[in-house]
Design a protein around this ligand. Structure first.
Ligand code: IPE
Ligand code: IPE
Ligand code: MG
Length: 222
């Protein structure tokens, strides 16, 4: 079997702690986190990673203070707006998360537009697939996949039927999962797709992520 390129996933945690340690508001941590993401995206592309998937905002994160949520949304508009750089690096932008027309969807229209534009404007790119999980929760994804699969299946739902109904069925299984900030848990991220993944937990907060730390994580793959 031909070897495929690697799929690396990141739970970008610790923006708040990064800021608190510097006596800054949490929002400054999210701004710094967005910049770290740009660095990691570049590093992953340079290392010929096939898929980079990052947890930007969870279905649980809406309960944070309104001003913080507003700032995180603005950071997503900024990251989906880095189109010159993404196109220059041949990166295809992708998004997984609760569909905008699903009950309970709260994604404001300006973020919806930024996501759609980034996906549309990079669709021809043939390099790394950069997927942002926004308003994403793995259990919601699986519940929806099960429902869609059941509606189709005459003879019961098999694992392949479920896999075919994930938000993006073309994402391969994750090879390496990275979580920053010293938390060694998964937090409802890609529960189906991380089967078989190796995991790298680092004490570093996300805004302190660097190309060197990314390489240390890749070393886990041996
Ligand atoms: C990750 O950093 C960013 C999001 C979850 C949106 P946190 O904001 O969770 O930072 P900590 O965990 O409070 O330090
Ligand atoms: C996970 O981080 C979600 C994202 C990175 C977007 P959280 O900070 O929300 O996770 P918990 O609540 O500590 O598990
Ligand atoms: Mg956190």
């Amino acid at each position: 079997m031909a070897e495929r390129k690697l799929h690396v996933a990141c739970i970008m945690d610790g923006n708040g702690r990064w800021a608190r340690r510097r006596g800054l508001p949490r929002t400054a941590g999210h701004t710094a986190g967005e910049e770290a993401l740009a660095i990691v995206t570049r590093a992953a592309g340079d290392r010929d990673i096939g898929w980079l998937t990052v947890f930007g905002f969870s279905t649980e994160n809406w309960i944070r203070p309104r001003a913080e949520v507003r700032h995180i949304l603005a950071m997503h508009k900024k990251l989906f707006g880095r189109l010159d750089e993404l196109n220059a690096n041949n990166v295809r932008v992708n998004w997984i998360g609760r569909r905008f027309d699903e009950p309970g969807s709260r994604t404001p229209s300006y973020v919806q537009r930024a996501i759609k534009r980034a996906v549309d404007d990079t669709t021809q790119n043939t390099g790394m697939v950069f997927t942002v999980a926004f308003d994403y929760g793995s259990r919601a994804e699986l519940a929806r996949a099960a429902q869609l699969a059941a509606a189709d299946a005459a003879n019961g739902v098999q694992p392949n039927d479920l896999a075919a109904n994930l938000y993006d069925a073309s994402l391969p299984d994750v090879d390496l999962l990275i979580r920053t900030s010293g938390e060694s848990r998964i937090s409802n991220f890609l529960l189906w797709q991380i089967n078989g993944a190796k995991v790298h937990f680092t004490e570093r907060t996300w805004p302190d992520m660097s190309a060197e730390e990314f390489d240390r994580a890749l070393a886990v793959l041996g």
